[in-house]
Design a protein around this ligand. Structure first.
Ligand SMILES: *Cc1c(COP(=O)(O)O)cnc(C)c1O
Length: 234
């Protein structure tokens, strides 16, 4: 028999391996593994892969394009599954997006909040969101500055249809995940400060991807967004 290369590993093999790595990372950080949610990033993968992951127990799916979401989830997932929009949201796509997504992780500017606030009552919907912070300051990354995060969180709190319960960040792509540990630590510090200053509960820290989720868990991630390590290369 040939060895178990990553390429030949099944979705189930990878799911088991990642579940174990998440649990191990949690234990090393003296955290309860049950406090960490895996968002299976299914962008570019067909609906059948999402359904297969659902059957393996995944309940959170990350997508980054509204057009793709509309097509892929034309038949909705079961009620206990959530689609997370993790990519940038243009205001002209808001109407379509909120028909299908359960959470937007990428709220990063006041115009977007205003558009959501106008559209949600029309669709008689509520929406959970995260504020995306560009901690590293990389020019090509979306997300607000750490300084802007507070006013966005407060602005969302004034919209009855919106709930902001945490922050999201994307670390730069690097070979050694230890390099980006300070990015994750800073998001946690920003969260702690905002929670203290605003009195708004922000329990969720969505940070860490296939290459760096173990470091993110060590720094307090409650949601890790894992694509390639679960579904294979895109
Ligand atoms: C694609 C993507 C991920 C997942 O990245 P992988 O390297 O495939 O795990 C996580 N977060 C965001 C915002 C993404 O766009």
């Amino acid at each position: 028999m040939s060895g178990h290369s990553l390429a030949s590993a099944t979705l189930e093999d990878r799911a088991v391996a990642i579940g174990q790595q998440v649990a191990d990372a949690a234990e090393r950080a003296h955290r309860d593994p049950a406090g960490i949610t895996i968002v299976a990033v299914s962008k570019t993968f067909p609906r059948e892969r999402v359904d297969a992951a659902y059957d393996l127990g995944f309940r959170h799916f990350g997508e980054n394009r509204v057009q793709e979401i509309r097509q892929k989830y034309e038949t909705p997932l079961p009620d206990d599954a959530d689609v997370h929009l993790i990519g940038p949201l243009q205001t002209n796509k808001v109407r379509q997006a909120i028909r299908v997504v359960d959470r937007v992780e990428s709220v990063d500017r006041d115009r977007l909040i205003e558009t959501l606030a106008a559209e949600l009552p029309r669709q008689e919907r509520t929406l959970r969101v995260l504020v995306q912070v560009n901690v590293s300051g990389e020019a090509q990354k979306s997300g607000c500055t750490p300084e802007e995060a507070g006013s966005l969180v407060r602005m969302i709190a004034d919209v009855p249809e919106l709930t902001c319960d945490g922050l999201m960040t994307m670390a730069p792509y690097v070979d050694d995940p230890e390099t980006v540990r300070p990015v994750f630590a800073q998001l946690r510090e920003i969260r702690d400060r905002l929670q203290h200053d605003t009195g708004i509960a922000l329990p969720i820290l969505s940070m860490g991807m296939s290459g760096d989720f173990e470091v993110a868990i060590a720094e307090g991630a409650t949601h890790v967004r894992i694509g390639r390590a679960l579904f294979g290369e895109r």
